[in-house]
Design a protein around this ligand. Structure first.
Ligand SMILES: [Zn+2]
Ligand SMILES: [Zn+2]
Length: 232
């Protein structure tokens, strides 16, 4: 008999994934937009002052905090106009993938991993763009451009890393350095008993360490957690 996860996967694919959807095209489109923004911003840079380079670590810290807070709150709590984010993430992504069934079956399952166009537009236009413009007007063109480079680079990194956690461990992405630790961090977050409490960073678990929300699997859970166990 099919597991609840396998049943939900079939239901999700039938109800939400369009017939012509291609996951690799989705990933390519998102990456192209991010690379395009980075290229445009690099071309804007001119004679960067040593102090202006500080924008890179500061913007990275802001991005890591935004990822943490966005995931901890609107993605795991129904909050007014943002409640659709919670429905998609906690209600769909976490039902499709649990700590015992972490792998996508094929590229069409990227639909529930990668951000849809509307959400991507919200992150880019509603959050990154106003901050970039503020940096541009308050400081300089260089600071605004450096901020845009980090914002677009971080978003692309988020998408690639998150996707790699939901691909087989021996995939090209899964074999990259540091991947086992990062993957494990996200696997623990997919435990239904843990998901609303810990491991909210998807990329680098800096804010989880700072805010004391970093969790690991216990020895028993470790033995039981087989990413592919229920995916069939
Ligand atoms: Zn996930
Ligand atoms: Zn989550």
């Amino acid at each position: 008999m099919a597991s609840p996860t396998a049943r939900y996967r079939s239901e999700y694919r039938e109800r939400h994934v369009p017939a012509g959807y291609m996951g690799w095209v989705h990933l390519f489109a998102t990456t192209t937009v991010c690379v395009g923004i980075i290229t445009w911003a690099v071309l804007l840079l001119d004679d960067v002052h040593p102090l202006e380079w500080l924008t890179l670590p500061i913007a990275f810290a802001i991005a890591n905090l935004a990822e943490y807070l966005g995931h901890r709150h609107p993605m795991h709590r129904a909050m007014g106009p943002l409640k659709k984010m919670c429905l998609r993430h906690a209600g769909q992504h976490h039902r499709f993938f649990t700590h015992r069934a972490m792998c996508a079956d094929d590229h069409r399952d990227f639909h529930i991993v990668l951000f849809p166009v509307l959400l991507l537009g919200f992150f880019m236009g509603g959050i990154a763009l106003p901050l970039t413009l503020a940096a541009f007007f308050l400081f300089s063109v260089n600071v605004g451009a450096l901020f845009a480079i980090v914002a677009a680079g971080y978003l692309a990194t988020y998408e690639w890393l998150h996707l790699s956690y939901h691909l087989p461990e021996d995939s090209f992405l899964g074999r990259l350095p540091f991947m086992p630790q990062l993957r494990r961090h996200h696997l623990v977050h997919h435990d239904p008993g843990v998901m609303a409490k810990a491991n909210f960073n998807i990329t680098f678990p800096i804010c989880d360490a700072l805010f004391g929300t970093k969790a690991r699997l216990t020895t028993d859970e470790n033995a039981a957690a087989s990413p592919r166990a229920e995916s069939a």
